[in-house]
Ligand binder design. Structure first.
Ligand code: GRF
Length: 203
């Protein structure tokens, strides 16, 4: 499966995907890394791994539609068949998302549907939950919604602050994101309404 990864920031999830794809038997490969932010460290990570990059700076576009179209152009250019959002901080419009229906994955640092949006760890702490975690899901036009592929739970300790919690959650993100992509690339995931069904492996 030929995948493009969209990043805005430090790109640690991108790195986890790069590392997973480096294994000979991994069923996906990253054909491009695209960022809206020319300063994203994700672009450096891609270059270090020998992966082509592109910058589509949202500031250069009048509206979301033309920005989305420019992303689409890059995706076509690199012949990407699937998209992984990895800390991509722009909202993609419904038209774009529907064009790529069931072919966009996102990772979010909470157990969705709890704590959509930003400042997830602060809000998890404030709410007093004993467990939080991360979610890999198929992207739908509504932010942080869509069929869940994998989740991992993390216990909230009394001494946790937002940073320590984010750190623990991030370790799990780096495990489940490549795993979710692998399941999809192997064709083991089917989507039914808001649920995904993962076929058991045959041995
Ligand atoms: C991660 O916590 C991810 O869940 C969220 O944004 C953060 C990106 O981190 N969507 P990185 O750029 O992958 O290091």
């Amino acid at each position: 499966l030929d995948v493009a990864v969209l990043v805005s920031g430090r790109g640690s999830n991108l790195q986890a995907l790069i590392d997973a794809c480096a294994a000979d038997d991994f069923p996906a490969r990253i054909v491009a890394v695209i960022s809206n932010n020319p300063g994203s460290y994700g672009l450096e990570r891609a270059k270090l791994a020998g992966i082509p990059t592109a910058v589509v700076n949202h500031r250069d576009y009048e509206d979301r539609e033309s920005f989305d179209n420019a992303i689409d152009e890059e995706l076509k250019k690199f012949k990407a068949k699937f998209i992984c959002l990895a800390g991509f901080m722009r909202i993609l419009e419904a038209r774009f998302v529907n064009r790529w229906r069931d072919r966009i994955l996102n990772i979010h640092p909470s157990l969705l549907p709890s704590f959509k949006g930003l400042h997830t760890q602060e809000r998890a702490l404030e709410s007093g939950v004993r467990f939080t975690g991360c979610t890999v899901h198929i992207v739908r036009p509504e932010m942080d919604e869509g069929p869940i592929i994998l989740q991992a739970a993390v216990a909230v300790d009394p001494e946790d602050d937002a940073d320590s919690l984010a750190e623990k959650v991030l370790i799990q993100e780096h495990l489940i994101y490549p795993e979710a992509l692998k399941l999809i690339a192997l064709g083991r995931v089917s989507i039914s309404g808001n649920r995904s069904i993962i076929e058991k492996a045959e041995y």
